[in-house]
Ligand binder design. Structure first.
Ligand code: PGA
Length: 222
């Protein structure tokens, strides 16, 4: 699906997530690029979130993640500056830049154990826009390894808002593992609610969930 989206709109921008889940996907995209069946040199990859208040490229940041796990020759890989002195301004202009260049053709997402999408933590509204957020402990814990300890994980992040994400023309949500089973069930079968930010994705007409068996294990309709 990602390759098809790029082939049909090679000059487009696509939003990409970080985390353990998409690593295999990115390796497969890189394999296809090496094999000559995928070209991304006209395509711009955009991060959907980044940590704030930390030096650019610090291990654990999304910029560092993409440098390591997205070894493709994209026209550009755009990530909000984690070292920006004014993160609120940084993420607002990042989102404005995406809009000015025509929006996202495709946005690939993961979800957190607390059903966050990008850094839209529980409490995020359907009409939320790009902004700075306080990260929940469970989200910071998920990144402790990459930063070399929980104490080093920033407390704030910058994220595209739910409304920004819903403006992408297509959405793909990648989820794996038992630890996500409850979040998947709540997002797909529970009430739409700001307590379950991923439930807002149901407002989108073209969203595809790709969920492994463990993450799908609590769904009642399979
Ligand atoms: P994970 O992260 O793939 O590392 O679980 C997903 C997320 O928190 O969005």
């Amino acid at each position: 699906m990602i390759c098809d989206a790029i082939a049909s709109a090679p000059d487009a921008q696509i939003g990409l997530p970080t985390g353990d889940t998409p690593i295999g996907t990115y390796a497969e995209l890189a394999r296809r690029e090496r094999a000559g069946s995928l070209r991304v040199d006209r395509t711009t990859a955009c991060a959907i979130d980044e940590f704030a208040d930390v030096k650019r490229g610090t291990p654990g940041t999304n910029a560092a993640f993409f440098a390591l796990h997205l070894p493709l020759a994209f026209r550009a890989v755009q990530v909000p500056g984690s070292n920006a002195p004014d993160p609120e301004l940084e993420i607002a202009s990042f989102a404005e830049g995406i809009r000015a260049a025509g929006g996202l053709e495709l946005c690939v997402l993961g979800i957190g154990r607390n059903a966050h999408v990008a850094f839209n933590e529980p409490g995020s509204r359907l009409d939320s826009r790009a902004r700075v957020v306080d990260l929940e402990l469970v989200s910071r814990e998920a990144h402790a390894g990459a930063f070399g300890g929980l104490a080093r994980v920033p407390h704030r992040g910058m994220t595209l808002g739910i409304a920004d994400i819903l403006e992408a023309r297509k959405l793909i949500v990648l989820v794996q593992g038992q630890s996500k089973a409850r979040a998947v069930r709540d997002a797909i079968e529970g009430p739409e609610s700001e307590l379950v930010p991923a439930s807002w994705l149901r407002a989108h007409a073209e969203v595809t969930w790709i969920v492994d068996r463990a993450a799908a294990s609590m769904l009642s309709h399979k």
